[in-house]
Write a protein that binds this ligand. Structure first.
Ligand code: DC
Length: 218
C-alpha cells in the first residue's frame, strides 16, 4: 500500500520556473510548498547585513548558531522578521549562490529542510532536493529551460519589480550562477538518476503544471 504522506522534489537551474510551478502544484494538491532557495537567500542576507566574513569559519558558525530561518504562510522569516521582499534582489541571488557553497550553511539548512518534510506531504524545490535532501522522495522532477529563455523570464520579472537591469546583465548573471551551482564541491546541481526531466523552454506555466500532475498521477 502506498504511504499517505509523499514528497515531490523539484530541482533545476535558476529561472526554470520551479517556485512558481511548485506553488501552483502545492495549492492544487493541498500540500506544503518549501522553497529552499529562499532559505539560502535568507542566510545570504544575514551574512551581508551583519558583514560576516564568509572565509572566517568561527564567525560564520557563531552567526549560524544565532540564526533561525523559517517559512510560514508564504513568508520567509529570519529570526522571526519577514525578509521575503528583501531577499529577491540580484545582489541577494549572488549572495545566496555564494553562501550555498559553504559546508556549514548547507549542513544547517539541509537539516532544517529534512525536518520540515518529515511528517507531512510537501513539494520542495531547490538544487539538491532529489540528490541529497529527500533522496527517497516519491516523485522527482528536474525542471530546466535554455539559459536564454530563463534569462528572458527573470528579466521580465525584475522589470516588473522596478529593478534597472539589462537583459545582457541578467543572462551573464544567470550563466555565472549556473556555473557556481553546478560546479561547487558539495551537492552541486545535477539531475537525480531517477528524476523525470521537463524542459520548459517551449512550454507555458499551465503545461508544466499539467505535466507534473500527470507524473504524480493526479
Ligand atoms: O532558487 P533560488 O534562485 O532562490 O536559489 C538561490 C541560490 O541558492 C542558488 O543560486 C543556489 C542556492 N541553492 C542551493 O544551493 N541549494 C538549494 N537546495 C536551493 C538553492
Amino acid at each position: 500500500m502506498e504511504e499517505r504522506i509523499y514528497q515531490i522534489a523539484i530541482d533545476g537551474p535558476s529561472g526554470a520556473g520551479k517556485s512558481t510551478i511548485a506553488k501552483k502544484v502545492a495549492a492544487i494538491l493541498n500540500i506544503d510548498y518549501i522553497d529552499t532557495g529562499a532559505m539560502y537567500r535568507a542566510i545570504g542576507y544575514q551574512i551581508s547585513r551583519e558583514g560576516v566574513d564568509m572565509e572566517d569559519a568561527s564567525a560564520l558558525s557563531s552567526m549560524l548558531s544565532e540564526t533561525d530561518v523559517d517559512l510560514h504562510g508564504g513568508k520567509v522569516l529570519l529570526n522571526g522578521e519577514d525578509v521575503s521582499d528583501r531577499i529577491r534582489t540580484p545582489e541577494m541571488s549572488r549572495m545566496a549562490s555564494a553562501c550555498s557553497a559553504l559546508p556549514a550553511v548547507r549542513q544547517k539548512l539541509v537539516e532544517l529542510q529534512r525536518a520540515m518534510a518529515k511528517s507531512k506531504s510537501v513539494i520542495m524545490d531547490g538544487r539538491d532536493i532529489g540528490t541529497n535532501v529527500l533522496t527517497d522522495a516519491r516523485y522527482k522532477i528536474y525542471l530546466t529551460a535554455s539559459v536564454e529563455e530563463r534569462a528572458r523570464r527573470r528579466y521580465k520579472e525584475l522589470l516588473e519589480k522596478g529593478e534597472t537591469v539589462t537583459l545582457d546583465e541578467v543572462e551573464a548573471d544567470m550563466r555565472q550562477r549556473d556555473y557556481n551551482d553546478s560546479h561547487r564541491q558539495l551537492n552541486p546541481l545535477r539531475k537525480a538518476e531517477d528524476a523525470v526531466e521537463i524542459d520548459s523552454t517551449h512550454m507555458n506555466l499551465e503545461q508544466v503544471v499539467e505535466r507534473i500532475l500527470e507524473i504524480v498521477g493526479r
